[in-house]
Design a protein around this ligand. Sequence first.
Ligand code: CAA
Length: 282
Amino acid sequence: MEVKTFGVIGAGQMGNGIAQVAAMSGLQVIMNDINDEFVQRGMKNITNLLTKSVEKGKMSADEKAAVLGRIKTSVSLQDMAAADYVVEAATENEPIKFKIFQDLDKICRPEAILASNTSSIPIGRIAAQTKRPTQVIGMHFMNPVPVMKLVEVIRGLPTSDETFKLTWDLAVKFGKTPAESSDFPGFIANRILLPMINEAIYALYHGVGTREAIDTVMKLGMNHPMGPLALADLIGLDTCLAIMETLYKGFSDSKYRPCPLLRKYVEAGWLGKKTGRGFYEY
Ligand code: CAA
C-alpha cells in the first residue's frame, strides 16, 4: 500500500508538528481536532515555523506555500475516511484515545493503518479497541517534532510485519531515524527519560538544589541540551505525570512512583510551558 493521504488526530504541540513533517515530505495531510480554534492554533504554529525557515533561507516562499497547501484542517473525524494512514496525537488519556480508535475503526477504509503517538499507553490495549489489530502500531515522535530526529516505532503483539515496515519507511520519508521498541510501559524513550525527570523533581522537592542548580548540573555537567525541569515544562507536567503513573502501574514497582511535587503542580494547573507556568514561568 502506498500512503498518499495522512491523517493526524490532534492539532496540539505534537499533532501540528507531525502534520508539518508529513506535509514537508510531500504527503497530503488532514489535521483534525475537536474544534476550529484548536486546528487554527495548530495551523498558526506551523505557519510561523515555516515563515522562520523562509527567513533563515532554509526554504523558499513557494515551498512554504506548497507545504501549507497540502494541509487540510478538519473538525470531523469522518474526514479520516480519505486517509491511508492515521496518527492519533490526542491528549494522553486512555478513555479518550480508546474512543478515537473505536471511531476511526468504523470510519477509515479497511486497509488503512491506525497509529498512536502515545508516550506510554500499551499499543496492544489500543489495538484491542479495533477490529484491525494487525494494522495498529505506535509511532512515537519527540517534542519538538520538526527538530527531533527520532521516531520510536512500537510493535504491539498483534502488529503485522507489513504495518511495521510501512511505519518504519514513513518515519524515514519524514527525515527521521526510527528505532524499534517492543510494547512495554514507557517503551524505550520514556522508560529511561521520565524516571530521570521524576528524580530531578524529587531533588527539588527534597531541597537538594534550586531549579536553576538542578538544570545547570544536567546541562553543563552531562551536556544535555536542556535541564530536566525545563524539559518537563516543555513536555507538559500532566503528560509527565501520566507517563509516571503508567510506569508505576505497569510494572507494579515503587521505583516509578511519581513525585508528590509533580502531582501538586498538575493539580494546580501548572502544566509547564503550555499554561505559562510549570517549574519556570513563561
Ligand atoms: N518547534 C520547532 N522548532 C524549534 C522549536 C519548536 N518548538 N524549538 C526550537 N526549534 C528550532 C529552532 O528554530 C532552531 O532551528 P534552526 O537550527 O533552524 O535555527 C533549533 O530548533 C535550535 O533552537 P534554539 O537555538 O532556539 O535552541 P536550542 O539549541 O536550545 O534547541 C531544543 C532547542 C531543540 C528544544 C533543545 O533544547 C533540545 O533538544 N531539547 C531537548 C528536547 C527533548 O529532549 N525532547 C524530547 C522530549 S521527550 C518526548 O517528546 C517524548 C515524550 O513522550 C514525552
